[in-house]
Design a protein around this ligand. Structure first.
Ligand code: NDP
Ligand code: OXD
Length: 307
């Protein structure tokens, strides 16, 4: 029995030393030093390793290196393999900060002042009012609710949209396709924190944007949620006032992608919330223990729902 580790770029964080120190005696194999693939029963993966999972006949458990799992190419993973995603307060904190900053930047019109500075324009603007600036979060799970709490603490009026109904004090909750119209009505900022599944792919599209009027978009979920050309068109038509985008169909986008040079789009390189070695190692270790004991995993993925 051995654990394969294939995370995202190491960034000098030295995951091998951290994992070995946290679970001495475990047989860790850090990609590409896999040894005999038949030894591997657990894998901690950001994406599937080159060559896929076929070479690992005894793999039984996959722990995602991140909160999302779509990047693991779910449909290609046999159903008997149990999967867990990462839920970590540090991920939630970072995501909430990212979304708060993105909303405040637009609410306080810094996006406009940045453009004005470039053209040498001195143009004070009247302040906005939180009461007429509702913020909606699509995907009201771990990251969505953490983000809503931080925005609510900062005085914003929050709405949440999820697949199943919820009741959360102080937040207007909507669910399912039938709840979407009420959720979107009059929003001034829309944050996407959905998982990417067949049901949510391309959900940020022209039809949805037509229901908005000069709303700010924050997509920190996955590039596949957004129909890129529909965003460009919605910006041109004033349906969308501007956007902060952390995730893209292709990362980085091609050099000639129109997002790079669009004055109303701020791009960040998929950094909204980054797996933290200090806290994540403990969670990975706990799930290794649970997998070996045949116990329920922390944050096990519902393969049927795809998240
Ligand atoms: P959760 O599984 O905790 O929450 C997902 C939410 O989306 C739930 O509220 C769920 O509804 C809702 N949802 C799922 N499908 C639908 C649907 N068809 N219609 C309406 N609502 C739906 O996930 P997390 O909050 O932990 O993470 C969300 C995503 O954020 C990840 O999947 C990942 O893609 C992205 N992410 C991006 C990062 C970045 O750095 N940019 C970092 C980390 C994550 P219900 O509550 O009813 O189940
Ligand atoms: C994640 C991510 O899913 O960083 O954790 O995108």
């Amino acid at each position: 029995m051995a654990v394969l580790f294939h995370g995202s770029a190491d960034g000098g964080l030295d995951w091998p030393s951290r994992m070995r120190a946290a679970l001495p005696g475990e047989d860790f194999r850090f990609w590409p030093d896999v040894g005999d693939p038949a030894d591997i029963d657990i894998a901690i993966l950001w994406r599937q390793p080159p060559g896929g999972l076929a070479p690992y006949p005894n793999l039984k458990t996959i722990q995602s290196f991140g909160a999302g799992i779509n990047q693991l190419d779910l449909p290609s993973i046999p159903p008997h393999i149990r999967m867990a995603r990462l839920v970590d307060d540090r991920l939630s904190e970072q995501m909430a900060e990212y979304c708060l900053l993105s909303v405040l930047r637009h609410y306080r019109q810094f996006d406009q002042f940045e453009q004005d500075q470039r053209t040498g324009t001195w143009q004070p603007l009247p302040p906005r009012d939180r009461a007429s600036f509702p913020v909606g979060i699509m995907g009201f799970g771990v990251l969505g609710t953490a983000t809503a709490r931080l925005l609510a603490l900062n005085g914003f009026h929050l709405r949440g949209w999820a697949r199943t109904p919820k009741q959360i004090a102080g937040i207007d909750c909507f669910a399912g396709a039938e709840g979407l119209t009420g959720f979107l009505d009059g929003l001034k900022a829309l944050i996407c924190l959905l998982p990417l599944t067949p049901a949510t792919t391309g959900i940020l599209n022209a039809r949805l944007f037509e229901r908005l009027d000069s709303a700010y978009l924050v997509n920190a979920a996955r590039g596949g949620h957004l129909v890129d050309q529909d965003l460009i068109d919605a910006l041109g038509r004033g349906r969308i006032a501007g956007a902060t985008l952390d995730v893209f169909h292709q990362e980085p986008p091609a050099p000639d992608h129109p997002f790079w040079r669009h004055p109303a789009i701020l791009m960040t390189p998929h950094i909204a919330s980054i797996t933290n070695p200090v806290t994540a190692v403990a969670i990975f270790v706990e799930n290794i223990r649970r997998a070996r004991a045949g116990a329920p995993l922390l944050n096990e993925v519902d393969r049927q729902q795809g998240y």
